[in-house]
Design a protein around this ligand. Structure first.
Ligand SMILES: *[C@@H]1O[C@H](CO)[C@@H](O)[C@H](O)[C@H]1NC(C)=O
Ligand SMILES: *[C@@H]1O[C@H](CO)[C@@H](O)[C@H](O)[C@H]1NC(C)=O
Ligand SMILES: *[C@@H]1O[C@H](CO)[C@@H](O)[C@H](O)[C@H]1NC(C)=O
Ligand SMILES: *[C@@H]1O[C@H](CO)[C@@H](O)[C@H](O)[C@H]1NC(C)=O
Ligand SMILES: *[C@@H]1O[C@H](CO)[C@@H](O)[C@H](O)[C@H]1NC(C)=O
Length: 444
């Protein structure tokens, strides 16, 4: 007993040391990345970070006999960790981010967090950070949360948000992301492909279409390729770097250091259970509706590319594949580090998700909840909580609706003159030979 205790203390010390080491390293990379705008790191951050690291990794780093005790550790961690209330969700395109963003919107609403809100509508800026007139300034210029589609821009974000903000994003298997982008951004029109299955035609020789797929946005002097490394682009990697393997590797390693977690659409439940643990949130915070949001159907949605087509795509979209493979591996590594208790929680999460989803669907159909609430009993991972019509309406809400609600609560009117042009609409302007614009009003 005494030995176990001594070992435990030793391990905590070792991990604390490692955490401080990593933190120092991280501090260096951060500073080199952002220059003088970075705020100083406080000792409080250090304590918090080392605590999180130790709680996350303790199971992985201890002797096998201690592993069996990780249930206790999980309980301990839920009692001692502090919920993270400052986070940035980089909402990538065509990745299931509408489903995921609901979780972050709800969390911001529930805890009255200060959200950086676009001045007009739901779009903040693209592909550069918002200009001063593009977002609503708080009197103290302090923000906890960012939820919109923006291209990840480290210097700008680091200058606006506290140093210990958690960065989170979502990515999706690259060939299904491509099919979704093809449909949503009218890519067949841009590429002048008229076949029944434009994705298949494209995949036979992606290079043949390069002169068309590289869409030049003249208003901001940026080239965007919706067929190529679109997810990496949203995460700040330039279109021009598509062939530069070394640069891509470096960039993705940097993302790995900067981001707390990448959710994977293909493994959304696992991702969200992990999110709950890493952010020290509650189970009810990370539940999502059983009806997915922004679910579109189009003829080639379920097209399965041939092996040759996939090989072509892997070469064409090499950076996105590297991104996906890296963060898929990292997701499973993080899950393994949680210990077997993770899978117990995953089963529990799925069961609760189903019960809540069914309850809420019935509320929607009957236009009221009868009975008025559903009680989810306390468990190892969660206190008892009740789901009612308010909870249901929030998990069922579309992004725009909750976005509007967040704005209303901040008492900010929607300034239509500052509404940002949608990327998809600018693509259509390129197809029509018109100049691209930043604001919608410029196109009218
Ligand atoms: C992080 O960088 C700041 C600014 O240079 C420095 O004052 C601080 O000591 C560094 N913290 C760590 C843990 O290295
Ligand atoms: C788990 O923890 C308890 C109490 O701290 C201890 O008595 C027991 O030996 C531990 N079990 C294992 C398998 O290490
Ligand atoms: C546009 O961007 C490229 C680099 O991507 C740069 O070389 C060029 O000078 C820029 N043109 C203008 C007009 O700013
Ligand atoms: C999207 O909708 C289709 C048809 O309505 C359905 O079959 C599919 O399961 C839905 N997808 C998701 C992820 O909910
Ligand atoms: C992600 O990685 C896991 C574990 O290696 C693998 O089983 C799974 O197929 C991968 N997912 C995708 C969509 O590639």
């Amino acid at each position: 007993m005494m030995n176990t205790k001594a070992l435990f203390i030793l391990i905590v010390i070792a991990i604390y040391g490692t955490a401080v080491y990593f933190h120092t390293q991280n501090n260096k990379t951060l500073r080199s990345g952002i220059g003088p705008t970075s705020g100083p790191q406080t000792s409080q951050d250090e304590g918090q970070l080392s605590e999180e690291l130790s709680l996350q990794n303790i199971v992985q780093r201890t002797q096998p006999d201690l592993k069996d005790n990780n249930t206790k550790e999980a309980e301990m961690s839920s009692k001692t960790c502090h919920p993270r209330r400052q986070f940035i969700f980089i909402k990538t395109h065509k990745t299931g981010s509408c489903t995921a963003v609901n979780i972050f919107q709800r969390y911001a609403l529930l805890h009255h967090l200060s959200v950086l809100i676009p001045t007009g509508g739901n779009l903040l800026a693209w592909p550069f950070p918002p200009a001063e007139q593009d977002y609503v300034h708080t009197p103290e210029e302090q923000y906890d949360v960012l939820l919109n589609h923006v291209v990840y821009n480290k210097p700008w974000l680091r200058s606006k948000f506290p140093a210990n903000t958690a960065y989170i994003s979502i990515i999706r298997e690259p060939s299904s992301q491509l099919r979704s982008a093809f449909n949503y951004y009218s890519l067949p029109r841009l590429l002048k492909i008229q076949s029944q299955n434009p994705v298949q035609t494209f995949l036979q020789d992606p290079w043949k279409y390069k002169h068309l797929s590289e869409a030049y946005f003249d208003f901001c002097n940026v080239t965007w390729d919706g067929t190529r490394n679109f997810m990496s682009f949203d995460l700040g990697y330039p279109t021009e770097g598509a062939e530069d393997k070394e640069r891509a590797h470096r960039y993705i390693s940097e993302l790995e250091a900067d981001f707390r977690l990448f959710l994977l659409l293909e493994h959304l439940d696992e991702s969200l259970v992990l999110l709950r643990r890493l952010m020290c949130w509650e189970v009810r915070d990370v539940l999502y509706d059983i009806v997915s949001k922004n679910n579109r159907s189009y003829p080639y949605k379920s097209y399965i590319p041939t092996a040759q087509e996939l090989t072509n795509l892997r070469r064409w979209k090499a950076v996105d594949y590297l991104l996906y493979d890296t963060f898929n591996a990292s997701l499973w590594r993080k899950i393994t580090a949680q210990g077997p208790d993770f899978y117990e929680e995953l089963r529990y999460f799925r069961e609760v998700k189903k019960r809540v989803g069914t309850f809420c669907r019935t509320c929607k159909q009957r236009r009221r909840c009868d009975p008025p609430s559903l009680t989810i009993e306390a468990s190892k991972w969660s206190r008892q909580f009740a789901v009612d019509s308010k909870y249901c309406s929030r998990i069922q809400s579309q992004e725009l609706l909750l976005g509007k609600y967040i704005r209303e609560r901040a008492s900010k009117e929607d300034r239509k003159e500052w509404t940002i042009m949608r990327v998809a609409d600018n693509v259509l302007r390129i197809v029509q030979g018109l100049p691209t614009v930043k604001y919608k009003a410029q196109a009218e």
